[in-house]
Design a protein around this ligand. Structure first.
Ligand SMILES: O=C(O)C(=O)C[C@]1(C(=O)O)C=C[C@@H](O)C=C1
Length: 302
């Protein structure tokens, strides 16, 4: 049985995602996203399940930062969960003066809180289930949680299915140490983090390398390098798998433009969207062109 560290404590949305991505494996709750990845880097876990982006609040910065530091990890699978919250209180608890949750969660229920708990102060916690732990211990009066939190903490459900944006969703990754890659499926996502030189046009150069190979981006984020003010790392997700000639060709080109390029994995997309291939940009086109160029180089063709 594999050991899967996940962003906990028990009862997070990430636990729900880990149950999907690693059904039947041993699931180990870890206090922060970074520590979940550290457990893999130390060999204490075989893989980690972490949130990467939410359709309302955007990326999870802690995940991006932990992916770009220390020993490389690669994503091998992803899942997307609908995000509807439960609001939990102490059984028979009195006035609700504080309502706690992960900042991403609070941001997704702001309107609901204004309407339903206007006198409660929102308080940030390290995760949605850390807020539930706080309610049980008497630190907060209510917690905005994943439905699964209800299985663990014996709290009372004040409301269920809470979401300002009804079709909000979060994407989660299963990451592990570099090794054999998942097989390409035709509906894949490849991710890199690029530390490009700080000069005019470098980001445009990176994006042009992808565009000129007909590769469609699915996400672009920048995070500070933390070492020099104004210097950024670019997190780029795009359609396709590194086993495809056109993607490998693009990756090789990106490498030339970067001080440091980290491959973050190629894996099937949870939404099953098949890779867009424009005429002239298919893998066969790349292979055929390479064969032709090779023949030219050998003097067999002109
Ligand atoms: O705290 C949790 O339950 C998490 O799994 C984290 C997280 C996030 O980071 O966005 C996941 C999904 C929700 O959008 C709110 C919180």
């Amino acid at each position: 049985m594999s050991r899967i560290a996940y962003f906990g404590p028990r009862g997070t949305f990430t636990e729900q995602a880990a149950r999907v991505l690693a059904a039947g494996e041993e699931l180990i709750p870890v206090e922060t996203v970074r520590l979940a990845m550290t457990a893999v880097r130390n060999g204490e876990a075989d893989a980690a399940c972490v949130p990467i982006e939410n359709s309302v609040e955007g990326v999870v910065p802690a995940t991006l930062d932990a992916l770009s530091e220390a020993a490389p990890l690669v994503a091998v699978a992803e899942t997307i969960l609908p995000i509807h919250f439960s609001v939990l209180t102490r059984p028979g608890g009195g006035d609700i003066k504080t309502v706690a949750s992960h900042p991403h969660a609070l941001a997704q229920v702001r309107e609901w809180l204004e309407e339903n708990l206007p006198d409660a102060d929102p308080v940030a916690s390290s995760s949605t289930s850390a807020a539930a732990v706080g309610v049980r211990e008497g630190t907060f009066d209510a917690a905005v949680c994943a439905p699964v939190a209800n299985e663990h903490y014996g709290l009372e459900v004040l409301a269920e299915g809470v979401a300002d944006v009804p079709d909000a969703a979060t994407r989660f990754l299963l990451v592990r140490a570099p090794g054999e890659l998942p097989e390409p499926t035709g509906a894949d996502r490849t991710s890199v983090v690029a530390a490009a030189a700080n000069r005019t046009g470098t980001l445009a150069e990176l994006l042009t390398e992808l565009a000129s190979r007909g590769i469609n981006l699915t996400r672009l984020d920048a995070r500070p390098t933390r070492s020099n003010f104004g210097e950024y790392r670019f997190f780029i997700d795009f359609e396709g798998h590194v086993a495809e000639p056109r993607v490998l060709d693009a990756l090789t080109a990106l490498r030339r433009h970067c001080r440091n390029l980290r491959f973050l994995g190629s894996h099937p997309r949870a939404d099953g969207t098949r890779t867009t291939i424009e005429p002239g940009f298919g893998n066969d086109d790349f292979v055929e062109a390479a064969v032709w160029a090779d023949a030219v180089r050998k003097g067999d063709r002109a």
